[in-house]
Design a protein around this ligand. Structure first.
Ligand SMILES: [Zn+2]
Length: 531
């Protein structure tokens, strides 16, 4: 009897383990593996290829640095025995699921500390507030405890010195090899930045780097991983190849921005702002990601640097990552569209349309209203914690608006407005899957709900989406007008109430998402670098 009970209990434990393993394998499978290389590599000189190899070695150290920042131990995955756990920890840089609000997925781990490893694990917001060291707010210091347990600041250049020294050696070697003056200047300034934690000059040098076929974003850049204060920056590295043909095509749109601004569907007094035409918009293939940008979901467009002082002097650079976009389209967006949209309209799911929609989303961030019209200061100030959600919704719908206008003007070839709209709607469902934890997720829910409530799409008898393109075009104008008006009048109260009521997933949409999940359509991609 005892033995039987023991066996039953063992059975339960084994099944439990197997279930957990199957769960983690399922999570791993939510990321489609993509082999990364680029046809642009064939056109490079031997020197350029040597430089790329040095970049990649530097990039591998960036990976170790980010492990240290976000988790602590760069060798964590080698301590894991289970293959699925190992894979998933590698994708997430730790035992917390980045696509599931950082919930732990490995036994023995609790909540991810809000301050990751940028702060002592036991620090509280109150203790941080009471700590009186001016360096505590720097994006380039970590906080640690001294022997007595008191807080102290350590600069990145000291905390990570050994690894940074190795990175600098690779970058210096690359600078000595490259024939491109702009790239050399940037690399040497970046080395200086790693040694001083002052990135300003190297950011300016990156802005001036206009004619290099190869490019690298390397350093501490974004602060999203610091959930305690959104202050401390995370190391990341992108290695990029410029697609000169596609970039040349984009150049003309930058000069059209002032005219596009005048066409926005809103009151004339909301569009007096004149967008700059000096910002740089180019297309790249990303052949390597490491650190922060490689953790969880992957970036398909870059808009950097983040330093306002650089914006004022030189604007920003917008880099559209074409190969990663195409991978996300093929592996995720297209299967979603095929699962949800009625047969006759599926021909309008087009990778080129996805490229243009994403590209003009980025462009749209530079258009619209920057100052409120009623003395409430800048739109950012007036919109408070609704700022990012509305700005993302704006960029999304104005991006589609511009693509449609430019198709009418015969300035965007090869795709139709039907292609742009169909691909956009399937794209909204793709983004809504990331949930409401992010401003992007909330913005996409508002866009989806606005289009649906306006009648831009309905369900046919079999439950598939049927898009009414005339209604969709009206909906684009109406939604753009509502957003621009809200921003221009700094109407925070309205924004708050509207997003509370509309940044939601309806029952029907949540059934669509369950359907997509059941079909095993991946949520994101993960890379295997094959060069
Ligand atoms: Zn955006």
């Amino acid at each position: 009897m005892k033995k039987a009970l023991f066996l039953i209990a063992m059975g339960a434990i084994l099944t439990g383990c197997q279930e957990q393993r199957a769960d983690i394998q399922k999570k791993v499978d939510e990321y489609a593996v993509v082999k990364v290389s680029s046809p642009l590599m064939d056109k490079l000189s031997d020197k350029d290829k040597q430089v790329l190899n040095l970049f990649r070695q530097a990039g591998q150290i960036i990976d170790e640095l980010f492990w240290e920042q976000t988790f602590g131990n760069p060798d964590f995955t080698s301590s894991l025995k289970d293959g699925a756990e190992k894979m998933y920890a590698g994708i997430n840089y730790g035992p917390w699921d980045r696509l599931d609000d950082n919930r732990p997925f490995i036994e023995g781990f609790g909540e991810k500390p809000l301050g990751a490893n940028y702060y002592p694990a036991d620090i509280t917001a109150e203790e941080f507030a009471a700590f009186s060291d001016p360096d505590k707010n720097s994006p380039y210091t970590v906080l640690r405890r001294d022997e007595e347990g008191n807080l102290k600041c350590i600069w990145y250049r000291d905390e990570y010195k050994d690894k940074l020294d190795r990175i600098c050696l690779y970058l210096e070697e690359a600078a000595a090899i490259t024939d491109n003056e702009g790239l050399r200047n940037y690399l040497l300034k970046r080395v200086e930045a790693f040694r001083t934690d002052d990135y300003f000059e190297s950011d300016l040098a990156w802005m001036d780097m206009k004619d290099s076929k190869i490019d690298i974003v390397i350093g501490p850049v974004e602060s999203y991983d610091d959930k305690l204060n959104e202050l401390k920056t995370s190391y990341e590295c992108f290695i990029l190849l410029k697609d000169e043909e596609r970039s040349a095509e984009l150049a003309k749109y930058v000069s059209m921005l002032p005219d596009l601004q005048k066409m926005l569907p809103c009151k004339p007094e909301y569009k007096t702002f004149v967008p700059g035409t000096s910002s740089d918009l180019n297309v790249y293939d990303a052949i390597y990601y490491s650190g922060d940008c490689n953790a969880g979901s992957k970036t398909i467009a870059i808009n950097l640097p983040n330093d306002d002082r650089v914006h004022a002097l030189k604007g920003t650079r917008r880099l559209q990552l074409h190969n990663s976009m195409m991978d996300k389209f093929g592996k995720i967006l297209l299967p979603i569209g095929r699962a949800l949209i009625e047969d006759e309209q599926q021909k309008h799911l087009r990778s080129e349309a996805f490229f243009w929609n994403v590209t003009f989303h980025e462009v749209a961030h530079g258009l619209g209203v920057k100052q409120t019209v009623n003395g409430l200061g800048s739109v950012d100030e007036a919109m408070g914690d609704e700022k990012t959600t509305w700005e993302e919704a704006k960029a999304d719908i104005l991006g589609l608006f511009m693509v449609c206008e430019l198709i009418d003007m015969e300035e965007i070839p090869l795709i139709s407005k039907e292609d742009a709209i169909t691909t956009y709607i399937a794209g909204l469902v793709r983004s809504v899957r990331f949930g409401s934890a992010s401003s992007h997720g909330k913005a996409n829910m508002m866009c989806y709900n606005f289009m649906r409530e306006y009648g831009a799409f309905t369900r046919n008898r079999d439950g598939f989406y049927h898009i009414d393109y005339d209604k969709a075009l009206e909906a684009i104008d109406a939604w753009a007008d509502l957003i621009l008006t809200t921003q221009a009048t700094g109407n925070y109260m309205f924004a708050k109430e509207y997003s509370a009521n509309h940044a939601k997933v309806s029952e029907a949409l949540s059934a669509d998402i369950a359907h997509i999940n059941n079909l095993g359509i991946p949520r994101d991609i993960t890379f295997e670098f094959v060069w």
